[in-house]
Design a protein around this ligand. Structure first.
Ligand code: NAG
Ligand code: NAG
Length: 491
């Protein structure tokens, strides 16, 4: 039996827990392919595809592993990552491809389950598959509030009854307005795609689509009929407690794609996601792991440098940006006639029609074109967890995205307080209160004796010194602190 006395240290937000950021500089394909949802046939809408060149309408794990190349930055990662593409509809009805800026990033967050951090992170099993988001969704239903309002603080989600899986899935989508001249918006801050007027006036460096996958697993199924029910979100999406029955913590996959909406600055029209969604509620993404499970487990266990840089993981064989961009899938004959790039005429690939909610999209009986709602400007907190997600602006904004090479922002090294002797790091979490985001580093001593479990949460004060923190830790911790104490009865 374990006795843990936990010491939570509140420090001002300085960084993130261990993670790495898989760079996928090149699209391996832009095509109506989706081996999970539409195996063997053309998929309903176009996807921006990244990863193994072994990808196809019916790709298996072996196909991905046997691909000639990957459009991501690590040779051992033969996974497939895909999500809908973005188009722009001109006033005359013609659609035009919107380019990506710098490819896609797939973050692997190594956040432990709060309940049982000791179990650590389990690598994706071979051939693990999952889908995040719902292509037919056309509304935002969490809290019954205006979807344009910011989320309540994460610490209130539970009490407000906003931690069921449907709610968490809607909060797992983000549309980040990029303007590198101002403070960055946090990740997963806004859950809808703002309209053209808002984008033109506020987002001079484009929009970053964000999507967090569930990271709690039932521990047995590599997939499920809907490619979702074998996994679940922890109760604050990226972090938190896993629901019962989903006790195995996987790496937290988080996709980020920057779209060059600013290429259309001043051009009248409307952005449309390739599945006919103009508001973003139906944004979704798919993943098939093409890692060797044992290799990935070693990386998850060993590559915990808080920089997030794949170059800081000695296990990875790095690929150059050029090699990533050169990697392409072969287009299957059945979709060879699709027009996907540049100006594509007045129909979306797959003849997808624009459909507005709130009822779910029915791709067989399209609705008339929507009139989009005006976006409102949200207040932006001063201290934001999304800083680590920022990509550096390209030096030449007019360069084609296929040739632009944004250098990833060197992730700031978190200034975590040193861990006092005799304690070990259990987890890192964030708490939002008003406009202040605080990072909490939980450390604990563990002894194995027959006793009740006691969790002491010390939110700073000089009493930290009593717990053995050295001078430096004390100095960094002095700002905040109250004391909470929870006693959990135990068998
Ligand atoms: C529609 O407008 C766009 C932007 O002005 C233009 O490039 C395109 O050629 C037009 N399409 C047609 C069919 O006129
Ligand atoms: C909102 O979307 C969900 C999921 O698609 C759907 O079940 C629900 O009926 C929609 N609400 C309305 C008011 O249409």
């Amino acid at each position: 039996m374990k006795t843990g006395s936990s010491l939570a240290i509140l420090a001002s937000l300085g960084g993130a827990a261990a993670f790495w950021r898989m760079e996928c500089r090149g699209q391996v394909g832009l095509a109506r392919l989706d081996p999970l949802i539409d195996p063997g046939v053309p998929s309903k809408h176009a996807h921006a595809i990244h990863g193994s060149s072994g990808f196809s309408e019916s790709a298996t794990f072996e196909d991905l592993r046997n691909g000639d190349c990957t459009s991501c930055g690590v040779a051992e990662d033969m996974s497939a990552y895909w999500a809908p593409a973005l188009y722009f509809k001109h006033l005359n009805g013609s659609f035009e491809e919107v380019k990506q800026d710098g490819g896609m990033l797939a973050y692997y967050f190594l956040n432990y389950d709060l309940k049982d951090g000791k179990k650590g992170i389990k690598a994706f099993p071979n051939d693990f598959r999952m889908v995040a988001g719902d292509s037919s969704r056309r509304n935002y239903s969490v809290g019954g509030l205006d979807y344009r309002q910011p989320d309540p603080p994460k610490s209130e989600w539970g009490a407000k009854g906003q931690t069921n899986q449907e709610d968490l899935a809607q909060r797992a989508l983000g549309f980040n307005c990029l303007n590198y001249d101002t403070d960055a918006e946090p990740a997963l801050y806004r859950h809808y795609l703002p309209d053209k007027t808002f984008l033109d006036s506020k987002c001079k460096h484009g929009v970053r689509f964000e999507l967090s996958f569930p990271s709690c697993w039932n521990g047995k199924d590599i997939s499920s009929p809907d490619h979702k029910s074998h996994v679940a979100y922890p109760d604050t999406v990226l972090n938190g407690n896993c629901p019962e029955g989903f006790d195995v913590k996987l790496p937290g996959l988080f996709f980020e794609t920057i779209w060059r909406t600013h290429d259309f600055l001043g051009v009248p029209g409307q952005f449309v996601i390739s599945n006919g969604d103009v508001e973003g509620f139906g944004y979704h993404a798919d993943f098939i792991s093409g890692w060797d499970e044992d290799f990935l487990q070693a990386a998850v266990d060993q590559c915990t440098n808080p920089s997030g840089r794949i170059s800081d993981c000695p296990l990875f064989t790095l690929l150059s940006a050029d090699d990533q961009r050169k990697c392409k899938i072969a287009t299957p004959p059945m979709i060879a006639a699709d027009k996907l790039a540049g100006l594509i005429g007045d129909i979306l690939p797959g003849n997808v029609k624009i459909s507005l909610g709130p009822a779910p999209a029915n791709h067989n009986s399209p609705k008339p074109d929507p009139i989009s709602l005006p976006a409102v400007s949200l207040p932006v907190p001063n201290v934001l967890p999304g800083g680590v997600f920022k990509e550096e602006p390209t030096s030449s904004p007019e360069a084609e995205s296929s040739t632009s090479t944004p250098t990833p922002t060197p992730t700031p090294i978190p200034s975590d307080p040193p861990i006092p002797k005799g304690y070990e790091l259990v987890r890192t979490d964030y708490i939002t209160k008003g406009n202040v985001v605080s990072k909490i580093v939980v450390i604990e001593t563990v002894t194995y004796v027959m006793v009740a479990t006691e969790t002491v949460t010390v939110t700073a004060t000089p009493s930290v010194a009593a717990a053995g923190a050295d001078d430096k830790a004390r100095r960094e911790l002095n700002q905040h602190l109250h004391r909470h104490r929870h006693h959990h009865g135990s068998h």
